[in-house]
Design a protein around this ligand. Structure first.
Ligand code: SAH
Length: 223
């Protein structure tokens, strides 16, 4: 008979508090400085987002498979993108494109008042919903849709985070950014660059290329 998942989010063995603390030390060494982001990451147990067989690797700085040819993002990139989006200030309304298993979404739920996240593969939406319910992330709403179009009915967003690589920045997302808002998105196909777009005024958008990254592609339509 298979054993059920240990009935604790604190975890045991390799998923213990000490393993999680080591991840925090590593994130600081990698240059993550925002204490609010670091404490959000330490509050979210990453091992519950991966299959039990992989949970011993949950606090390594690697992306891991979550099924459907998709992955859970590497802790460093989750921290880095959160830090860029937050820019040292609390976020109000955030849109995430590419929920996957919901790990980044859970971290965002600690950084923003309201979080909306959309995913094109329905079973992943269900999976993420279960994890976010388990963690009682009550300020999150998930949707099954093609995120390239954003969520026009709920715009504007003061933060938009895309967690899949786009060949170009979708115009709909630029339109749905609040003035003063920030969009963080990996751009490129072979070579991808994490890009920050700041909307300064109605028409003035400032683009900054930040660092090379590796994400699964942003795909059109529903999976
Ligand atoms: N945010 C996740 C990363 C998931 S990987 C984490 O915290 O680990 C990226 C996800 O983007 C995949 O689940 C993929 O199915 C989804 N995706 C790709 N293109 C999409 C699109 N156009 N709309 C919504 N989701 C998309």
């Amino acid at each position: 008979m298979a054993l059920a998942r240990p009935p604790t989010q604190a975890g045991i063995g390799m998923t213990s508090l000490r393993t999680r603390e080591r991840m925090l030390v590593r994130l600081r060494e990698q240059g993550i400085k925002d204490e609010v982001v670091l404490s959000a990451i330490s509050a979210i147990p990453r091992h519950i987002f991966v299959d039990e067989a992989l949970s011993i690797r949950a606090y390594e700085d690697v992306s891991l498979p979550i099924g459907f040819s998709q992955t859970i993002s590497q802790p460093y990139i989750v921290a880095r993108m959160s830090e860029i989006l937050r820019n040292g200030k609390p976020l109000q309304k955030v849109l995430e494109i590419g929920t996957g298993c919901g790990y980044q979404t859970a971290v965002l739920s600690k950084l923003a008042k309201e979080v909306y996240s959309v995913e094109r593969i329905r079973p992943l939406v269900m999976k993420a919903r279960g994890h976010l319910r388990e963690l009682q992330c009550i300020n999150v709403k998930l949707g099954h849709s093609d995120g390239s179009m954003g969520l026009p009915d709920l715009a504007p967003f003061d933060g938009i985070m895309v967690t899949a690589a786009a060949s170009h920045i979708p115009q709909d997302l630029l339109d749905q950014l609040a003035i003063g808002g920030r969009l963080v998105i990996p751009v490129g196909t072979e070579e991808q660059v994490l890009t920050l777009v700041e909307r300064k005024t109605e028409k003035d958008y400032r683009h900054t290329k930040l660092e090379p990254v590796k994400f699964v592609p942003l795909l059109g339509g529903l999976g």
